[in-house]
Design a protein around this ligand. Structure first.
Ligand code: AHR
Length: 490
């Protein structure tokens, strides 16, 4: 057993934790929508306006703040006109080559916005900048956001059942334009961004415009696009830099068994996930170094574990569907702690993806619908949303220590602390200390723990990993078992 001291440095405030840090990514890929989130209005499966009722309710429970749509790579060959009105065409899409599936367009702008309106999540649209022209993007914005009765497209929206404009505060200018979104160079993309940003912000000022950011540690992209967006004549309206960071891609993805791993598999994934903190800091420094007047913040647009394919309930039918264990929950808990602790830099973060894909919160198919351990992390962490993040420090014998991840925030007079023991071998004794001496005796919260770090929920055993309620006297040392995740409030 090791001993850690966790200092809650109350007077030192980092900033307000934007609720959007707890955001989600919903792409038209594999089983995210069809037979995942969406079952259709005529389905026997309980649904609200075609979306699984259970998922709509659980998204409200975790206060899902934002949903990014329609991709991902899918966005870059998406034609919004296919997804409105009565006669919707079936199309090839960006992913057809990988899974042989076609897009029915049953879920389009109105259905997606319905999901946002039902759950209270804000909408973040990714515009196609690779295979349509600027006017096409502007017309989508016009259709969605022009006032009732104003333009021909606003009237068409009304005919399709939504007289009032849709509220879409976030607009991504492309997706992964260094790769699937057109294989552009930094210089070329920056110039495209300037051109499109001008059209978009002129039509609809006051939205948050998001530039395609880097993949993993590609800092040359960060530097190149930031250098390129600024010209003598043009001042970009740019609020977010959308970095993508996946844990487990490349060699790890091939070797990594999502549900059967040992100490090495645990440590490799945790180490890669923890590195997101360095990526955040370096990207931030590069962006700051370019001194843009609009001061863009970081959007961790897509993040999460990307294991090898085929371990989910559909056994490979749904592209990139994977099971999610205690290890994935630990990665989620660690990443959210990092985002909280850098909330002065991070404006939004969207875990990829919400259902039946990569680091999912839900696995569903037919009548089955279960939550993964990662869903429980989002539920356990939700009180951080809009909290004032305070600095924390973990030490072991006076040395700064990284094997316990922690973040803390204060809201309405209550402190929320979330911790993860990142060791899969050793329990640790935790002692809280505060410079202001206000550690109370009683804290209540939830603990997510299973003695098997490969434990996960299945359709047959949906509650193998669920949190338990705990009450802890935090004025005294207490034990945080290996791999466990704890959220407490006092
Ligand atoms: O999340 C799956 C895919 O991963 C997205 O479409 C793309 O943006 C990323 O490469």
């Amino acid at each position: 057993m090791t001993n850690k001291k966790i200092y809650l440095l109350y007077p030192k405030k980092i900033g307000i934790i934007a609720p959007e840090i707890y955001g989600h990514f919903t792409e038209h890929i594999g089983g995210v929508f069809y037979d995942g989130l969406w079952v259709g209005k005529d389905s026997e499966i309980p649904n609200i306006n075609g979306f699984r009722k259970e998922i709509v309710e659980k998204l409200k429970q975790i206060k899902a703040p934002v949903l990014r749509w329609p991709g991902g790579c899918f966005a870059e060959t998406y034609d919004w006109r296919d997804g409105i009105g009565k006669n919707r065409p079936t199309r090839l899409n960006w992913w057809t080559k990988w899974d042989g599936r076609y897009e029915s367009n049953e879920v389009g702008t109105h259905e997606f916005m319905d999901l946002c309106e039902m759950t209270g999540a804000k909408a973040y649209f990714a515009a196609n900048i690779t295979s349509v022209n600027a006017l096409h993007i502007q017309r989508w914005m016009d259709y969605c956001m022009s006032p009732k009765g104003s333009t021909t497209l606003a009237k068409e929206r009304e005919e399709n059942g939504h007289p009032e404009p849709f509220d879409i505060p976030f607009w991504g200018v492309g997706n992964e334009n260094w790769g699937g979104g057109g294989n552009m160079t930094e210089e070329f993309y920056a110039s495209e961004f300037r051109r499109l940003n001008m059209i978009m912000k002129t039509a609809f000022p006051g939205r948050e415009y998001i530039i395609c950011g880097s993949d993993g540690e590609d800092y040359a992209w960060t530097d190149g696009v930031m250098r390129g967006v600024k010209t003598a004549h043009y001042k970009p309206e740019l609020q977010g830099f959308a970095m993508h960071y996946y844990t487990g891609l490349g060699a790890d993805k091939v070797n990594d068994n999502p549900v059967d791993f040992g100490k090495d598999g645990w440590n490799r994934i945790i180490k890669k996930a923890a590195n997101i903190e360095n990526v955040i800091k370096r990207n931030w420094n590069i962006i700051k170094g370019h001194g843009l007047a609009c001061e863009p913040k970081l959007i961790v647009d897509e993040w999460g574990c990307w294991h090898r394919d085929g371990s989910g309930p559909s056994q490979g039918y749904n592209l990139f569907e994977q099971q999610s264990t205690i290890r994935d929950a630990a990665v989620a808990a660690l990443s959210l702690n990092v985002f909280n602790n850098h909330c002065d830099k991070v404006r939004m973060a969207n875990i990829a993806q919400l259902c039946n894909n990569l680091h999912a919160l839900f696995l569903a198919g037919g009548k089955n619908c279960i939550t993964t351990p990662t869903f429980h992390v989002f539920d356990m962490y939700k009180e951080h949303q809009n909290g004032q993040c305070i600095e924390t420090l973990v030490t072991d014998n006076g040395e700064i220590e990284k094997s316990v991840s922690v973040s803390a925030s204060v809201k309405d007079g209550k402190t929320t602390v979330t911790l993860v023991n990142l060791s899969c071998e050793e329990d640790t004794e935790i002692t809280f200390a505060s410079l202001e001496g206000i550690i109370p005796q009683k804290a209540t919260g939830k603990l997510l723990y299973n003695e098997n770090m490969c434990a996960h929920n299945t359709f047959d055993n949906p509650d193998a990993v669920v949190p338990q309620n705990v009450e802890i006297d935090v004025s005294k040392p207490f034990v945080l078992k290996k791999t466990s995740i704890l959220s407490i409030e006092f």
